[in-house]
Design a protein. Structure first.
Length: 88
């Protein structure tokens, strides 16, 4: 895992959840962090802007998209994949 990507994603999620980044664990879900559906969309936009990527995410059906938001770790992994694909 790229520590830079991991740190930035955690920072974005922590800001949305209004918690300290050190309180965010990789195994937590967005529900665990208290991030609601609007917060998920805002987090996705922030991630896209931060990494200059396009996230394949359907806000109307978050479970149906290619972007796994089931945990902090899955989000970090998905972002790393998109960043790597962009550089290729």
């Amino acid at each position: 895992m790229s520590e830079n990507v991991k740190a930035k994603v955690i920072e974005i999620l922590a800001q949305q959840a209004m918690v300290d980044p050190s309180d965010v664990e990789m195994t937590q879900t967005l529900d665990d962090l208290g991030i609601d559906s609007m917060g998920v969309v805002e987090s996705i936009f922030a991630i896209e802007e931060e990494f200059d990527i396009s996230v394949p995410f359907n806000a109307n059906d978050p479970g149906a998209g290619e972007f796994d938001i089931s945990s902090v770790a899955s989000i970090v992994g998905a972002v790393e994949g998109l960043v790597a694909a962009q550089k290729a």
